[in-house]
Design a protein around this ligand. Structure first.
Ligand code: KIV
Ligand code: NA
Length: 264
């Protein structure tokens, strides 16, 4: 029987009751595997690095997000699907953000969009939510600010930064976000945010006390040689692929593949 897809209300109601299991997804077959285990699938703009070989997320386009969003929707039926608003697609004005978020929602069929916090975020989030587009906010370390920050910097280390992050969290709640991703933030600050706001926090490089956790799926499955400290490796996909491909190459070169019963 078809499982009813999770809703924004289901995610909200989880706070204080059960941890939210979240992962990134970019393709239909992987989304299909993750779907029954996850509350939320995020089509992250990390797709630029994970699948397209880009150095960071700043060159990811709306069309890329829509293409991967469609694939993830086709591959899933249970999890709530959130698509990232890429760099440049929501900052200019609430109106521009709305037009682009509308395209994402209509063309992919996803349930919500996510955007990285900026000074216009409260106004933009309110504008989208008022028009029927649920929003996940992203605070703490914001990868789209790489060039402004001069690197990926953990948030909440100073008292000033702690206050700033708490304020961001309160603002996005006030603006109507139903969930907030807290990335790369001091453990105690992420905990304080989680304790002080009524919507779920999803941590990545944050705190065990966040209301849920998310990782980049390809990171936790061991697709890369180098992963940050906050990633726990749950599989060794890269070495398994290497082993399989090496065996195949050897078999072809030694004329061990195909065998007679693998031909017509
Ligand atoms: O793009 C992404 O994958 C993300 C998550 C890491 C939160 O924004
Ligand atoms: Na992202």
């Amino acid at each position: 029987a078809a499982i009813r897809r999770k809703t924004v209300k289901d995610i909200l109601k989880a706070k204080g009751h059960h941890k939210l299991v979240c992962l990134t997804a970019y393709t239909a077959p992987v989304a299909q595997i993750l779907d029954e285990h996850c509350d939320l699938l995020l089509v992250g703009d990390s797709v630029g690095m994970v699948l397209h070989g880009l150095p960071d997320t700043t060159a990811v386009t709306l069309d890329m997000m829509i293409m991967h969003g469609k694939a993830v929707m086709r591959g899933s039926q249970n999890a709530l699907v959130v698509v990232d608003m890429p760099f440049g697609s929501f900052e200019e004005s609430p109106q521009a953000a709305y037009r682009n978020a509308l395209r994402v929602m209509q063309e992919t069929g996803c349930q919500a969009v996510k955007l990285e916090y900026n000074s216009a975020a409260p106004e933009t989030i309110r504008f989208l939510v008022d028009r029927g587009i649920p929003v996940v906010a992203h605070i703490g370390l914001r990868p789209q600010y790489l060039h402004v920050e001069g690197g990926y910097k953990v948030a909440g280390k100073s008292e000033e930064s702690r206050k700033e992050q708490l304020e961001c969290a309160e603002q996005v709640v006030e603006a109507g976000a139903f969930c907030v991703v807290v990335e790369g933030t001091k453990d105690e600050v992420a905990r304080e945010i989680s304790d002080s706001i009524p919507i779920p926090t999803i941590g990545i490089g944050a705190s065990v006390d966040c209301d849920g956790q998310i990782l980049v799926t390809d990171d936790m499955l061991g697709m890369f040689d180098r992963t940050p400290k906050f990633v726990r490796i749950y599989a060794e996909l890269k070495s398994q692929i290497e082993t399989g491909v090496k065996q195949y190459a050897d078999d072809v070169r030694r004329e061990q593949f195909p065998a007679v019963d693998e031909t017509y």
